[in-house]
Design a protein around this ligand. Structure first.
Ligand SMILES: [Zn+2]
Length: 273
């Protein structure tokens, strides 16, 4: 008799355990569907949710924060696939890259000619505010014996198209894409990008000049960033271009410089954007 009670007691405990365990599994399931882990990240964007899940599954070593930030800057999409319209048009924070494009009719407001004194006689047009800050930068550099002039700034859609097609005559597309933008994807169409040189050597050697050493530590004070470096090629898709300066405004340039980030990260991983 005593054994029967013992047996019944064991069966009772076992049933309770099974019941509790089952209940727990159900509630875990609910938590998974109701509690989105990505939502806790400040830069979470509802429209990217499916992409976060996919990217997370493929990159198990990344933290949730890294997944959200990577997808926001489109690291999950191949260059020149799913092209969208550039955000922040006609502002200093306009974003033009291999994911965001300008249409062929986009001509920025406030285009003015850069004074010949700052271009060594070449005709260069740029955004008015960027041009004034560039002239300031160039003047301050010359005060310490350095020569920083603009060789190119604003370029139209058509001009960029021609340039890219000319490069294709010499190099295969995969190579050209690492040093030249396709039409509509060039920052030069914004009027905010400047290619610079020190006049005595070609712009492609700018990275080896003392002018570049000065630019590296001073450009942000005038609102410029060095846009393409070898360490951000996985984000921008371009090889190191020490000569390509992009005007973003003093506050943004300071933040980008101090945090060593790209314009993509500044614009797309900003909580308020
Ligand atoms: Zn450039």
């Amino acid at each position: 008799m005593k054994n029967i009670f013992k047996l019944l007691f064991i069966i009772f405990i076992f049933t309770c355990a099974l019941y509790l365990l089952g209940d727990k599994t159900v509630s875990n399931k609910n938590e998974k569907t109701e509690n989105n882990i990505f939502k806790s990240i400040p830069t979470y964007k509802e429209e990217n949710n499916e992409r976060y899940i996919k990217f997370n599954n493929k990159n198990k070593d990344l933290t949730i924060d890294e997944v959200v930030k990577s997808v926001n800057i489109n690291l999950d999409i191949n260059f020149y696939e799913n092209i969208e319209e550039s955000p922040n048009k006609n502002t200093n924070l306009i974003l033009v890259n291999k994911h965001y494009a300008l249409d062929k009719d986009y001509i920025p407001n406030d285009l003015v000619q850069v004074d010949y004194k700052y271009t060594s006689g070449i005709t260069v047009y740029a955004n008015k505010e960027a041009k004034e800050k560039f002239e300031e930068l160039s003047t301050d550099a010359s005060a310490v014996g350095l020569n920083i002039k603009a060789i190119s700034a604003y370029r139209s859609y058509e001009y960029q198209k021609k340039l890219y097609e000319e490069y294709l005559l010499n190099d295969p597309k995969e190579i050209v894409d690492t040093y030249s933008a396709r039409a509509g994807h060039s920052e030069h169409q914004t009027g905010l990008a400047f290619d610079v040189y020190n006049v005595s050597s070609p712009y492609t050697s700018f990275g080896e000049t003392k002018e570049y050493e000065w630019v590296k530590i001073n450009a942000h004070k005038y609102g410029f960033i060095i846009r393409y470096t070898s360490s951000n090629q996985h984000i921008t898709g371009y090889k190191n271009e020490p000569w390509h300066l992009r005007y973003v405004g003093v506050d943004a340039a300071k933040h980008i410089y101090e945090n060593d980030i790209t314009l993509e990260e500044y614009v797309l991983n900003n909580k308020n954007s």
